[in-house]
Design a protein around this ligand. Structure first.
Ligand code: HAX
Length: 431
């Protein structure tokens, strides 16, 4: 038994007991009231999902297993995955064991590459990633175990096994997509000696004489790994997994949600926005010119990509950590300069505009610019970068649910007519 499986086997009965006890004592206790507008407004603010791996605090940002993300910025993705799954930071031996498992499973089978090679050359890399993951579903040990009648209480072990296979291959798959799709070159072979992030950085095949790109990839994978359970990709993964569809189905589905412009695609949109601004205003534009550009962009009915958030009400600490990365390496690039300039200008503009509840930058306001500055120019690939990282969180979240044995998702939907009837007793409509 490998150390992660062993540690989870020790922890599982404790977690299951805690949940059973809680349900028997407080299962019938009301914890929130729901307003009609929340039902229509994407369930904003409704505490409707259990997620153990992380929380996003409106005035602080992401905490993974209650540790602020800023305290985890120097960790490796393997350490983060262990933390997400167990709630504990791993020892050096535990990290090494996980690294080894992922490295051993890093080879993507030929049939997956053949599926991807058969796609039209203008396919979006996110569609390729999702399809590549889905193609591997035939190898799911979870599905086999379920079909063979393995008891429900043991099924999570196979869920973990599938997650490790999926994650082990995911960096190779994503890097191969980058090369196939943008460089018409063949995927490179993973190096079993390298850790997950280093392998990914190497397999992308971009020049990295200083090692800074590899460090950026490590940070990128850590910062994007999880963002509690209510965002579209995590909630989609959770929903699909709750039907006991295996991890390949669940992660592929989560990635499809991440591909939307209001979610993971925002980083691609953000880079386009910046490049377009440079095209129009030239390099080193004045603050006045930038402010005017932002205003006319808003007046054209567009959102400012990289700004605003459904939960956060302060600058995203992941934005701050990326900024600090650029400062640490004294990264000189016109895009990074523009990111800084926008950070000075956009929040004030959005405040005056008066619509966005959060005028501050989110992680997407800078992540793409960093990748671009280090030579990854293909912004269509940025959501794939995000997806590889977010798969860590979705795997850990769904694994936790399998361990806890939570049931299939089945909230109640209502028609507008039912809502009208439910609210009919309220005599005074809100002004
Ligand atoms: N620029 C202009 N208007 C904005 C805005 C922005 N950056 N952010 C919010 N608004 C507007 C909304 O469009 C909405 O307008 P309407 O009432 O006309 O519909 C209004 O302000 C209220 O929105 P909100 O409650 O503040 O924000 P939401 O929770 O509805 O949406 C979003 C959150 C992140 C989708 C939103 O802020 C947005 O579209 N931002 C730009 C895109 C972006 O950066 N997305 C990435 C977010 C991080 C992430 O999930 N990455 O995966």
């Amino acid at each position: 038994m490998h150390p992660l499986l062993q540690r989870l086997t020790e922890l599982a009965p404790e977690w299951q007991h805690r949940l059973r006890t809680f349900l028997s004592q407080y299962g019938g206790t009301a914890v929130a009231e729901i307003r009609a507008e929340q039902i229509i407004g994407g369930m904003r603010g409704v505490p409707a999902l259990l997620c153990e791996t992380s929380v996003v605090l409106p005035n602080e940002g992401l905490r993974i297993r209650n540790i602020p993300i800023a305290e985890l910025a120097d960790r490796t993705p393997e350490e983060i995955f262990w933390l997400l799954c167990t709630g504990e930071l791993p020892t050096a031996d535990q990290t090494a064991s996980l690294r080894q498992i992922l490295a051993e499973r890093a080879t993507v089978p030929d049939y997956v590459w053949n599926v991807l090679r058969a796609l039209p050359s203008d396919s979006h890399p996110m569609a390729m990633l999702s399809l590549g993951v889905l193609a591997m579903e035939r190898e799911s040990t979870f599905r086999q175990a379920f079909q063979q009648g393995v008891p429900r209480s043991e099924l999570w072990k196979f869920w973990l096994d599938d997650c490790l296979t999926l994650l082990g291959r995911l960096t190779t798959l994503a890097a191969g997509i980058y090369r196939l799709r943008f460089h018409r070159s063949e995927p490179l072979l993973p190096n079993p000696e390298l850790d997950w992030a280093s392998n990914y950085a190497t397999l992308l095949g971009l020049p990295d004489p200083t090692g800074q790109f590899r460090d950026l990839i490590r940070l990128y994978l850590v910062l994007h790994s999880d963002h509690e359970g209510g965002n579209v990709s995590a909630m989609t993964g959770y929903t699909v997994a709750s039907a006991l569809s295996d991890p390949f189905y669940a992660i592929s589905a989560g990635l499809n949600g991440l591909a939307g412009p209001l979610h993971g695609l925002a980083n691609q949109e953000c880079l386009r926005f910046l490049l377009q601004m440079i095209d129009t205003l030239g390099t080193n534009p004045s603050d006045e010119a930038v402010e005017q550009y932002v205003w006319s962009w808003l007046q054209g009915g567009h959102v400012i990509p990289g700004y605003g958030h459904a939960v956060l009400r302060v600058p995203d600490p992941r934005f701050t950590l990326f900024r600090q990365f650029a400062q640490r390496y004294n990264l000189q690039h016109e895009l990074i300069a523009l990111v800084e300039q926008l950070y000075r200008i956009v929040p004030q503009v959005l405040q005056r505009h008066g619509k966005a509840k959060n005028p501050w930058p989110n992680v997407d306001a800078i992540s793409g610019s960093l990748l671009y500055a280090y030579g990854m120019r293909e912004s269509e690939f940025y959501t794939v970068m995000f997806g590889v990282s977010r798969a860590l969180g979705i795997c850990a979240q769904t694994l936790t649910h399998r361990i806890l044995g939570t049931p299939i998702m089945r909230p109640k939907s209502v028609t507008l007519q039912e809502l009208e009837q439910m609210t009919a007793h309220s005599l005074v409509p809100r002004q």
